[in-house]
Design a protein around this ligand. Sequence first.
Ligand code: FMN
Length: 184
Amino acid sequence: MHITSLSASPSERSRSAWLTQFALTRLEGRATQHDDILVRSLPASALLAADLHDPAIAAAVQAVERADLVIVGTPIYKAAYSGLLKVFLDLLPPDALRGKLVLPLATGGSPAHLLALDYALKPVLSALGARHVLDGVFATDAQLRRHEAGGFVPEADLIARLDRALAPIAPRLMRPQPEPALSC
Ligand SMILES: Cc1cc2nc3c(=O)[nH]c(=O)nc-3n(C[C@H](O)[C@H](O)[C@H](O)COP(=O)(O)O)c2cc1C
């Protein structure tokens, strides 16, 4: 399975990017190929000008096109997904997500906007042709504590929700798993 992960936080030390990488580790063994898109690392002027001829932008779009599973990780900003994510999704061709599995992930400061994946992101994924969207996973910052050695520590409930979301593609995740690494 070709997995492309898409992280759309402007932060260098990003919780949502960490959660996206953590989801990949839970799928260990399922990814035969993996592409990782860090939207904040794409050239800003090319991104804002929707320059599909820019080599880095073109490579990122192709990485989405190649994927069987796209993991979309975003922080919640102003009750929705990040602007960085929208700028990138707007570059994708129509139906870019048709026939692919999509796993939406988000982190937010409080549970107030835990439905943002449903009311804000899922309609956009649907507009891009996604018809097989796994359960979204939202984590508050408190459920993903910073670790002094770097990385974050996910609460057990968060790991359980993530594994449940991934179970359709990795049923073994519904069985007990070893303790997670602290950073990825
Ligand atoms: C500009 C800005 C707007 C934010 N708006 C919200 C919000 O509306 N709802 C919320 O729950 N958290 C909000 N937050 C908190 C972030 O979503 C939260 O800290 C998240 O984990 C950050 O993820 P990141 O580390 O991947 O950037 C906001 C943070 C920033 C910087």
